[in-house]
Design a protein around this ligand. Structure first.
Ligand code: HEM
Length: 477
């Protein structure tokens, strides 16, 4: 009788193998495998990964339950071994469990970096760095050179974030030469389904054999050296007192407070980790995906360029105010974030108490994955979801700001991305410049059908192979 009373009504899920459960069904693109499985087992599905019970939400209604109705109960983070290492033992914002510390750090970083006023104050940095990208492209265009646009866009967002968050230039910093590789490997480490998290005893050994452990140590050392360098720069240069590092150092010295918390150097570095990796990877890859879809859809490219050139006319100086008038360009970005949401499974969550979603029991400690990639590609939600059609957003109120559960590239609720305004300001300004100033063609011998649309897998999913294109000078260059 007792057993019957305790039996939980868990969401349905595929049969499991002994020991590994459903891990073998994840494949190299977990978001795609999870979508396929959810077509059979439903929008709230149970999966078992080794010792860990998880559920996956993959339709707007169940995603809304997780991110809105039960947000308070579902917004903690599980302990993930490698993200914990890289974030100085969850002393950051993104991997920290839902706690008083997380609330204080979120409040402080929002005020320092992410309010509309702060984002506006960094505008000159964005404009200078975009101008320097334009100069580089102009030079390549006049020589007829192929440009690795993905690489250049990563460099652009890296340069902006280094100046905004760290008060130093990427050029000349400890990450100057290794930056792309370090960020890519960090994202792989942070998004990996690590054996140690599912098999506490043998998992450590498995991760050593697969190389995950050593990759994690390598990126940790590279990131740590960069944080040390920026902190040293602040300690030595007293004129740098207005940015987030200066504030964090004041908190370490007890001259400013963070609620009841006394910050240590590890807290400072953990907080800086999110500023660097969340800020760098995302804006650059969004523009890279947008350009990939534009180049493979010449009709859309032509229409977007016509709009930009009509609105900007012959103004020399493109400013962020111009974005407001570019309705079609905004649709292009929305469609890019729909078809390639950069964080396809959001950051994993953990239920902090027993809850009931859609009539199913979700026991405390269950891990929760939100498959927004699945929602964005669901044919019941979007017509022809694999096609890139910005016009689908015409006369349609759906936006990406966390209120429409069909489109959630930044998540929603307490854990929603605080850097949305900063990321989008840079993405829009860059795209306007690329479209206004240049025409674009593929390298000789390459056709639209040859452009690879495959995504890499990590916490963030960029294009797997970089976008290589030839810029062409125009009268607006
Ligand atoms: C196109 C640009 C961007 C996209 C698509 C994006 C997307 C996301 C997503 C999906 C999450 C996870 C939400 C969740 O777990 O529910 C997130 C979290 C976060 N993002 Fe972004 N992001 C972008 C730009 C930025 C920028 C520029 C910054 C900062 C400089 C930033 C800082 C963060 C931080 C700190 C978190 C963790 C929030 C928390 O757990 O409390 N993001 N972002």
């Amino acid at each position: 009788k007792n057993m019957k009373k305790n039996k939980k009504n868990l969401p349905p899920g595929p049969p499991r193998l002994p020991i590994i459960g459903n891990l073998h069904q994840l494949g190299s693109k977990p978001q795609r495998s999870m979508l396929k499985l959810s077509e059979k087992y439903g929008p709230l599905m149970s999966l078992k990964f080794g010792n860990v019970s998880t559920v996956v939400a993959s339709a707007p209604e169940t995603v809304k339950d997780v991110l809105k109705t039960f947000d308070a109960e579902c917004c903690s983070r599980p302990y993930l071994t490698y993200p914990a290492r890289v974030s100085y033992n969850q002393n950051d914002l993104a991997f920290s469990p839902y706690s008083k510390y997380w609330r204080e750090v979120r409040k402080m970083t929002v005020l320092e970096l992410y309010t509309a006023k702060r984002v506006l104050s960094f505008r000159h940095i964005r404009e200078e760095e975009v101008a320097s990208l334009v100069e580089f492209i102009k030079e390549s265009a006049s020589l007829g050179n192929i440009v690795n646009l993905s690489k250049r866009l990563m460099k652009l967002s890296g340069s902006v974030i280094c100046r905004v968050g760290f008060g130093i230039n990427l050029k000349g910093s400890k990450l100057e030469d290794t930056y792309e590789e370090v960020i890519r490997d960090t994202m792989e480490v942070l998004g990996s389904f690590a054996a140690v998290d599912y098999f506490p005893v043998v998992g450590r050994l498995i991760d050593r054999v697969t190389g995950l452990h050593s990759k994690c140590e390598k990126v940790f050392k590279a990131l740590d050296a960069f944080f040390e360098q920026s902190i040293k720069h602040h300690v030595e240069d007293e004129s740098l007192k207005d940015d987030i590092i200066a504030l964090l150092l004041k908190m370490e010295r007890g001259e400013a407070g963070l609620g009841e918390f006394q910050l240590t150097r590890n807290h400072t570095k953990g907080i800086l980790l999110n500023v660097l990796i969340a800020g760098v990877d995302t804006s650059g890859h969004t523009v890279s995906w947008a350009m990939t879809h534009l180049i493979t859809n010449p009709r859309v490219l032509k229409k977007a360029q016509a709009e930009v050139r009509e609105v900007i006319k012959n103004k020399d100086n493109i400013t962020e105010e111009d974005i407001e008038q570019l309705e079609y360009l905004k649709m292009v970005i929305k469609e890019t974030l729909r078809i390639n949401p950069l964080v396809p499974l959001l950051v994993p969550r953990e239920a902090s108490k027993d809850i009931k979603i859609a009539g199913y029991d979700i026991p405390k400690k269950t891990w929760i994955h939100v498959n927004i990639w699945g929602v964005h590609r669901n044919p019941n939600v979007w017509n022809d979801p694999e096609a890139f059609i910005p016009e689908r957003f015409m006369d349609n109120e759906i936006d990406y700001k966390g209120l429409n559960f069909e489109l959630l590239p930044f998540g929603s609720g307490r854990r929603m991305c605080p850097g949305m305004g900063m990321g989008m300001a840079l993405a829009h300004l860059t795209l306007i410049n690329l479209l206004y100033r240049f025409d674009w063609k593929l390298p000789d011998g390459m056709e639209v059908k040859d452009v690879d649309l495959e995504e890499a897998y990590g916490l963030v999913c960029p294009k797997k192979t970089p976008l290589q294109v030839i810029p062409v000078l125009t009268q607006w260059s």
